[in-house]
Write a protein that binds this ligand. Structure first.
Ligand SMILES: [Zn+2]
Length: 359
């Protein structure tokens, strides 16, 4: 890989290069931005450029050929350590930071980063899914963040800055990654070889929410078909949440047994609902909204009979954001689908100003 294959974040490359040239590269970073916009790719390319043994560090440009670059690509460089939330866990286990009971402080991230670089360069640690770094695991990181070993770089990747513990946030430089524009997504899709979806790049870009991964997910025609049917239901005056929950659950089953594939699919469906409620909100407050045909049709229909007002739409949106967090935390999926849709149906059927029942 090279920076050429990382799109939309050129100004951040320049920023890091300038810091390296001035010998003022920080030691702890929070990379913040929605999933699927290239934070992880950027972190790995930065690591490769810092560890490359052929090009000088000040160029911040990995040669891609030397032994170090090849080891990073193969995931075997001894000075690059990455951790992420295991699929079957709801958080990053503290053991990944400080080692398990039998290897306390002799394994794990904190131990790795404390060792001198094996190849004489830097020690780099990347924590993916750092949104799931909770109290104990986060606290075990604080000392490393406060007194980072010389020439070490620690990068935390998060979708949501507000969810970070203040103790972590205050010890890191925050680097914001913006979603790509639809034009950028369209352009990147067009530049890919061996990518020939059945629908136009423009259509995929319009569904991407600024994420290339998301855009590519929509190349699956069954997903597009499901979206059209799903939006049509949301646009109805009233709908049966149990029936829709069954349809969503069946559709998730079709994604196979692999937890990550099912979770991606679920997240995509939740994001469909978010798009719908965002567009409906704009419609209700008289702001223009850009949407494809299926979304327009559903929003037009909903606007004819929507009685829950903008506060009802806001409640639905909040509920969707909660569902996204819950699915990422690996909650029981079938139950999650049911509760989520049941709540949406409840908010949809509620009249504006009606009393809110708290159960
Ligand atoms: Zn190299």
């Amino acid at each position: 890989m090279s920076w050429d294959q990382i799109f939309g974040h050129d100004h951040l490359v320049d920023r890091f290069r300038t810091a390296v040239v001035r010998e003022r590269l920080g030691s702890a970073f929070l990379f913040v931005g929605p999933d699927g916009i290239g934070k992880r790719r950027f972190a790995l390319e930065l690591a490769t450029a810092l560890l490359c043994e052929r090009n000088p560090e000040s160029e911040l440009n990995a040669c891609g050929q030397c032994e170090a670059c090849q080891m990073v690509a193969a995931g075997s460089h001894p000075d690059l350590f990455t951790i992420e939330k295991p699929d079957d866990k709801a958080s990053i286990p503290v053991e990944l930071i400080i080692g398990d009971r039998d290897h306390r402080n002799r394994k794990g991230l904190r131990h790795e980063i404390s060792l001198s670089p094996f190849r004489g360069g830097r020690k780099i640690v990347v924590i993916d899914d750092a949104d799931f770094l909770f109290e104990e695991a986060a606290n075990s990181l604080l000392k490393t963040l406060e007194e980072p070993p010389p020439r070490s770089v620690l990068i935390l990747l998060v979708a949501n800055l507000a969810g970070q513990l203040p103790t972590i946030r205050s010890r890191c430089q925050v680097v914001h990654f913006q979603p790509l524009s639809n034009d950028q997504v369209e352009q990147i899709l067009g530049s890919l070889t061996d990518f020939e979806p059945a629908v136009s790049f423009q259509c995929l870009a319009s569904l991407s929410a600024g994420s290339l991964d998301q855009a590519m997910r929509w190349a699956d025609p069954t997903l597009l078909e499901f979206r059209t049917a799903f939006l049509a239901v949301l646009g109805e005056r009233q709908w049966a949440s149990t029936l829709l929950a069954k349809q969503v659950a069946d559709f998730l089953d079709q994604a196979g047994k692999e937890a990550a594939a099912r979770r991606d699919r679920f997240r995509t469906i939740v994001q469909c609902a978010e798009q719908f409620y965002r567009a409906l909100m704009r419609r209700l407050i008289g702001q223009p909204h850009k949407a494809d045909e299926a979304l327009c049709r559903a929003v037009d229909r909903a606007a004819e009979h929507w009685q829950a007002g903008t506060e009802g739409v806001a409640r639905c949106l909040d509920r969707c954001l909660d569902a996204e967090r819950e699915v990422a935390a690996n909650a029981n999926q079938a139950l999650l689908v049911e509760c989520w849709l049941d709540d949406l149906a409840g908010h949809t059927n509620m009249r504006k100003g009606a009393a809110v029942h708290v159960y």
